[in-house]
Design a binder for this molecule. Structure first.
Ligand code: NAD
Length: 284
């Protein structure tokens, strides 16, 4: 099936993880893809993977914390493919980005707040600012913004990330209402814990920690980048032609689970696994 034949897609953070899988999925369904990422080596490797599989892709060195780069990534996509139909705003490192902005209102440094909000929120406004005129030229388009279970649920020490991800939901709804008349749909995706290349290395050092984490989910496992890419491809496609302003949670049921018995279940799990290492490594 080639749902995106003739379409051009721009994916921020498209080298690895969710963005990497999304680039491969959209390309496999016919889209020409520009991977905008700070990691040149990983971006080149993903481009090669796509081309080897018969797809079309190019990479651009883009740091979405720079407003100049947010403009250049759109210019480069249109320069490479002559149009822009799909914008997936995904860039943020789940390990280094999250640990940089970790903390509460007292402990977070102002410059880290600015960095986090720039990458999580401002970059998405800038991406839309530069992409929408090109989408209008081709009669419509699709914007996907990466939200999170943290858009809805709060945890201590996550001030910047959770404020940013909640704002992603509001920004997405605003874009949907504003640009709906232009045939442009805007939706968000709220992933649960998704293990891409970086997190799989981290969890490999702490498999019992991963099992404990997975046990929090009704499906009793964490997710894979391809499971998010499938949701993104659906929302970008004509199969979702009447869906806009929506946040699709892809979270193994985490955000619909009542917590009452959850603590009890975890206590049993801990009792049954006395050698358990409860360290969450880099995310702590
Ligand atoms: P990841 O760390 O595996 O990959 C992130 C990609 O973005 C990498 O290729 C990295 O080089 C790139 N990147 C980071 N900062 C960038 C910048 N400033 N400019 C351009 N590229 C940059 O992350 P992931 O797990 O794939 O997460 C992707 C998105 O999904 C993020 O927005 C994240 O907040 C969200 N999310 C992830 C999870 C999860 O559990 N993995 C859960 C909820 C939401």
């Amino acid at each position: 099936m080639a749902r995106f034949e003739g379409k051009a897609a721009l994916i921020t953070g498209g080298a690895l993880g969710i963005g990497g899988a999304t680039a491969r999925r959209l390309a496999a369904e016919g889209a020409s893809v520009l991977i905008a990422d700070i990691d040149d080596g990983a971006a080149a490797a993903n481009v090669k993977r796509i081309i080897d599989a018969g797809g079309k892709a190019v990479a651009a060195h883009i740091d979405v914390s720079s407003s100049k780069d947010c403009r250049r990534m759109v210019d480069e996509t249109v320069g490479a493919f002559g149009r822009l139909d799909i914008l997936v705003q995904n860039a943020f490192s789940v390990i280094s980005g999250e640990s940089r902005v970790h903390g509460d209102a007292i402990s977070v440094e102002e410059e880290d707040w600015d960095y986090g909000i720039d990458v999580l929120v401002k970059a998405l406004y800038l991406g839309a600012k530069h992409a929408v005129p090109h989408m209008r030229e081709v009669g419509g388009g699709s914007i996907i913004n990466l939200a999170s279970v943290h858009s809805l649920l709060q945890e201590t020490g996550m001030l910047v990330y959770e404020t940013g991800k909640a704002a992603v939901v509001g920004l997405t709804r605003q874009l949907a209402v504003q640009y709906g008349p232009d045939g442009i749909r805007a939706n968000a995706i709220g992933p649960g814990h998704i293990v891409g290349e970086g997190l799989s290395e981290m969890w490999a050092e702490n498999p019992t920690g991963h099992a404990f984490f997975a046990n929090q989910y009704p499906l009793r496992r964490t997710g894979k980048p391809e499971e998010i890419a499938a949701g993104i491809a659906f929302l970008c496609s004509d199969d979702a032609s009447f869906i806009t302003g929506h946040t699709l949670m892809i979270d193994g049921g985490l955000t619909v689970q009542l917590q009452e018995k959850f603590g009890l279940r975890q206590a049993h799990y801990a009792l049954e696994n006395p050698d358990h290492n409860f360290t969450f490594g880099a995310l702590d």
